[in-house]
Design a binder for this molecule. Structure first.
Ligand code: F6R
Length: 607
């Protein structure tokens, strides 16, 4: 939530800052602002709304500055107004600060600062600028360190001072900051995407670290002002992967990325001859793996639906009981965890505050804690004791798509790896792996139906409600289809298991209440078919996802989308795609802002 970009070097800062904000807009888009040094003065420009509004405001201004900070906001404390937009300043206007996170004790700090300070916003962040003002005696880094010593909460910070036109101070506690290293220039951002065009060499700031950055050098210290040695990492994502590449929206591009990135996720991670996977990052010996009696999958939103699909996989292939926990619930119910429990935190961003807090709780209770994460170097990736990157590449649309399929594929590989250590036969393992390698080509066949699904969206765009139905491993798919639809088109939708409908939700059905059902050929096919007959009897319009060659499907439904056959446990990897495309085309048909739906932000770093 909220994105920070900063640049100090010899290039013009403005295009780097605006370009960087556009890359980070997925983190929040209530308002945006920036500050650059112009003629020795910090010069601030802010606008409510998306980055385009800020850009429009800057159209007739020219800044030669080679140093600046910028911020895109997802409002927490204080409404969506220009005064509440970052960067914020102190009373003198000398200190300029962009903040991501929450200063929990901002009221106490404000009180202790007394009545001499004049505030221009309602934000917690501005209080920090005034606190630094109070602590400042000529050394910006020292003032920041003294102020941070009094702060409770989370922060990613970029700070400049009028009297130090060549010094940028950054700090991190709970909100990510990456520093990109160029030649006599530094880039700072909440993730690496704003700097991909300039450098691949980065340093990930850790919690409790403060960087003092000048054009030619940088010092990183801890909160006690002790020097910290840092490792330079190489980012493998390329610039092109963070662009729309001719697609109308990032979401559509990311849906179409799936055949390629699924291959990236599984490549080199299984042995067909042994019918097993080998995910070395798990960091557990075979005896330790055999001792695992329970697996807990912790995640939020879309990632939690991938986890639900993973539950079916682990239980069926490995015979290990699995619980799926929504992270925000897990930590507050005193969960039963022991040293025979393996906990996976599953997260695209690797920064989700609820997931991170739940993993810390599991670790405290003695579990093996591992991550299944997309963003390399993210907090969850670093705070877990091993795990696997899903290699989906940058996912910039707020609605998650390719991360879901790649998470599900990695969970399948883990289930296979544990299964083969238990009772799963080589032959079954081999059949699953052979089927998995066919998935990318089958995904392409589904994506070819995008235009047909667009027509369906036109047909159904005026529906006020939708019900999604699935059974077994397709129930999480139904949940994901429903979430996708509601979050980007704002149409109310729910998902229930097919067999549960008769226990209540069926009362909703009418000719005005369309039902989207997944009825592919698997062991629950007949049961699902009966459930759909129940829907038909209530005259609700039906859209079906059915297996190619299922000639009877068309008799049941108004509309059918056919998908290629695969093994049941792999069905989520295919059946999710038509639902993603349907949500996408519905949102476009309704004129919604597909990549930046209202009220949302991609990386949810507040609890
Ligand atoms: C839905 C969506 C969210 C995220 C959730 C978890 O399209 O994107 O529900 O899945 O906020 O985010 P990560 O995976 O980054 O932990």
């Amino acid at each position: 939530m909220c994105g920070i970009v900063a640049y100090i070097g010899s290039k013009q800062a403005l295009p780097i800052l605006i370009g960087g904000l556009r890359r980070l807009e997925y983190r929040g888009y209530d308002s945006a602002g920036l500050a650059v040094f112009e003629n020795g003065q910090p010069c601030l420009v802010k606008a409510v709304g998306k980055i385009d509004n800020l850009s429009e405001k800057l159209k007739n201004q020219s800044f030669d500055s080679t140093f600046g900070i910028a911020h895109t906001r997802w409002a927490t404390h204080g409404g969506v107004t220009e005064p509440n937009t970052h960067p914020h300043t102190d009373c003198t206007g000398n200190i300029v600060l962009a903040h991501n996170g929450i200063i929990e004790n901002y009221r106490e700090l404000k009180e202790s600062l007394g009545s001499n300070h004049r505030y221009t916003s309602e934000t917690d962040s501005e209080v920090l600028a005034h606190l630094i003002e109070k602590e400042y005696t000529g050394d910006l880094r020292q003032a920041v360190l003294s102020a941070l010593g009094q702060v409770r909460g989370t922060y990613g910070l970029a700070i400049m001072h009028k009297d130090h036109p060549g010094t940028l101070v950054c700090a991190r506690m709970g909100s990510p900051l990456v520093i990109g290293l160029g030649e006599n220039e530094y880039f700072v951002a909440s993730d690496a995407t704003p700097m991909l065009a300039y450098t691949k060499n980065v340093i990930f700031l850790e919690d409790g670290e403060v960087a003092e950055i000048k054009r030619t050098d940088m010092h990183i210290v801890n909160l006690k002002d002790q020097q910290v040695a840092k490792k330079v990492s190489k980012i493998e994502w390329d610039e092109a992967s963070a662009q729309k590449q001719g697609f109308a929206h990032f979401m559509l591009k990311e849906i179409f990325d799936q055949p390629t990135v699924l291959q990236d996720a599984i490549r080199g991670r299984f042995k067909l001859a042994d019918g097993t996977a080998h995910l070395g990052g798990l960091n557990m010996s075979e005896p330790e793996m055999r001792e695992i009696k329970r697996i807990v999958l912790i995640a939020c939103g879309t990632a939690s639906y991938a986890a639900m699909a993973g539950k079916y996989m682990f239980e069926r292939l490995a015979g290990i009981p699995v619980e799926v926990d929504v992270a925000s619930e897990f930590r507050y119910r005193d969960p039963i965890i022991d040293n025979q429990t393996l906990v996976f935190g599953i997260s695209q961003s690797g920064e989700t505050a609820d997931t991170l807090a739940a993993l810390k709780e599991a670790k405290r209770k003695g579990a093996f804690v591992r991550g299944i994460v997309n963003v390399v170097g993210s907090t969850i990736a670093r705070e877990t004791d091993g795990g696997t990157y899903i290699h989906a590449g940058p996912e910039l649309a707020v609605a998650s798509t390719k991360a879901f399929t790649n998470m599900t594929a990695i969970l399948l590989l883990y289930a296979l790896q544990f299964g083969r250590l238990n009772k799963l036969s080589v032959a079954t393992g081999q059949r699953l792996l052979a089927a998995l390698t066919e998935i990318p080509e089958k995904m392409k066949l589904i994506l070819q139906q995008s235009d047909k699904i667009k027509e369906l969206a036109e047909k159904y765009k005026n529906a006020r409600d939708f019900l999604f139905l699935g059974r077994g491993v397709n129930f999480p798919v139904a949940l994901e289809g429903s979430l996708k639809l509601k979050e980007i088109s704002y149409i109310h939708s729910e998902a229930v298991p097919g067999g549960e409908m008769k226990h209540g939700p069926i009362a909703l059905l009418s000719p005005e209440f369309p039902v989207f059902a997944i009825m592919t050929k698997n062991q629950l096919y007949d049961k699902m078919r009966s459930n759909i007959e129940e829907v038909k009897a209530r005259k609700a319009p039906i859209i079906l996802i059915a297996t190619e060659g299922d000639l009877g499907a068309a008799d049941l439904a108004q509309d059918v989308i056919y998908v290629p056959p695969t093994m049941e446990l792999l069905e989520p990897l295919l059946n999710t795609l038509p639902l993603q495309l349907f949500a996408y085309h519905m949102a476009v048909a309704l004129g919604r802002d597909v990549d930046r739906p209202r009220n949302l932000a991609k990386s949810v770093t507040v609890e």
